[in-house]
Design a protein around this ligand. Structure first.
Ligand code: NAP
Ligand code: G4F
Length: 332
């Protein structure tokens, strides 16, 4: 049997790194798409860099995508690349749409042009539910995005569905709820908190400024979620799936748990900052992943407490070792 080849866009991101590991373990030949940078963005995939092929292309550039597909001839494409930070989507709304919305069409067009038998995974998001119509949210819940990011992702979702229905592509949209890990970017709230805890514990800071403490999210572990992406492309027919834990917790609960892990009282360190609140908020996300459980046989393995403790422990260790990757403060 020929070795399966997978192309991952967004290979340098959190999910790209876990998915690359996962596919390598299953014997795949992995090609990672990265955009050209003058600095080295490969920190998250350093440990697998010698095992994968890296290629330059950009979701903004149609011909680079066509060339990449012609050259790498993948059986499966996982489109994880996007401008993924919600607050930036208000500051760079047009660019977010170019990457996160129209970029999906460029990739689907490249598939149509080069090889319509390629299976396609689109990284959709619970942000599409936004101002939620019901709790919990499933594949049948109406969408109401609340940020330019959410709107752009909704376009990406529907163009994936449309190309499946229009051209018969094997195209799946995974509606993933928030998923985190020690590799999460420091601007996202879980990692901002666990990084902040470690900095405070090591005497490098005393306060941590946060925005809306009442917002609630369904937080899972990224390592569990990449398996669901792969499972979607192994089915007989393409479809869309919600991937979530089914639990919801507030940012306040997150802070309490993370500080307690380091023996600290969050109330002495967390400062609520109005400037960090969003123009329009998604107040409550809680997913119903029963379809994924029934059809894919998928369910999460890591719970909320274990996830946050894993992240705090990793950041404490990083600072204890004086890692240069410990980085600069993020005030977002
Ligand atoms: P991430 O860490 O922010 O990674 C995003 C990736 O996209 C990076 O590799 C980035 O490359 C790449 N990228 C951005 N613009 C690009 C462009 N124009 N051309 C090529 N590559 C580009 O995101 P993540 O957490 O791994 O999430 C993966 C995907 O799932 C994203 O699409 C995100 O929106 C979506 N999603 C995430 C979650 C979550 O909770 N993590 C939930 C639902 C959906 P650079 O290194 O060059 O910046
Ligand atoms: O960690 P966040 O920035 O993630 P958000 O906005 O939910 O988006 C993430 O998950 C989506 C899936 O639903 C992905 F599609 C998206 O790409 C990204 O990965 O914020 C979570 C919540 C928000 O309600 C925010 O207002 O935390 C609240 N929050 C409170 N203080 C904060 C802060 N968020 C950030 N980033 N920084 C704060 O200081």
């Amino acid at each position: 049997m020929t070795q399966r080849r997978a192309l991952i866009t967004g290979i340098t991101g959190q999910d790209g790194s876990y998915l690359a590991e996962f596919l390598l373990q299953r014997g795949y030949q992995v090609v990672g798409m990265a955009r050209r940078a003058s600095t080295d963005p490969f920190e998250r995939i350093e440990h697998v860099r010698g095992l994968i092929t890296l290629r330059n292309a950009d979701l903004l550039d149609q011909s680079s995508l066509i060339h990449l597909l012609k050259e790498s001839r993948p059986h499966e494409i996982y489109n994880l690349a996007s401008q993924s930070f919600v607050p930036t989507s208000w500051e760079q709304a047009v660019l977010t749409a170019e990457f996160t919305a129209v970029g999906v069409t460029r990739l689907l067009e490249a598939i149509r042009f080069v090889d319509p038998s390629i299976k396609f995974y689109q990284a959709s998001t619970s942000e599409m539910f936004g101002k939620t119509h019901e709790v919990p949210q499933s594949e049948r819940t109406p969408f109401y995005p609340r940020s330019p990011y959410g709107v752009a992702k909704l376009y990406g979702h529907w163009i994936t569905v449309n190309y499946r229905e229009s051209y018969g592509l094997f195209a799946c949209s995974g509606i993933l709820f928030n998923h985190e890990s020690p590799r999460r970017g420091r601007e996202f709230v879980t990692r901002k908190v666990t990084d902040g805890v470690a900095r405070i514990k090591h005497g490098m800071a005393t306060k941590l400024r946060l925005g809306n403490l009442d917002a609630r999210r369904d937080w899972g572990y990224a390592g569990d979620y990449v398996e669901a992406m792969w499972l979607m492309l192994q089915q007989d027919t393409p479809d869309d799936y919600v991937i979530a834990t089914g639990e919801t917790h507030s940012v306040r609960e997150l802070a309490e748990l993370a500080f307690a892990r380091a023996g600290l009282d969050w109330r002495q360190h967390v400062v609520e900052d109005q400037d960090l609140k969003r123009p329009a908020e998604v107040d409550l996300l809680q997913g119903d992943a029963s379809k994924a459980k029934r059809v894919l046989g998928w369910q999460p393995k890591v719970g909320f407490r274990e996830l946050i403790e894993m992240m705090v422990d990793a950041d404490l260790k990083r600072y204890a070792e004086g890692s240069p990757a410990a980085g600069l403060p993020v005030e977002r």
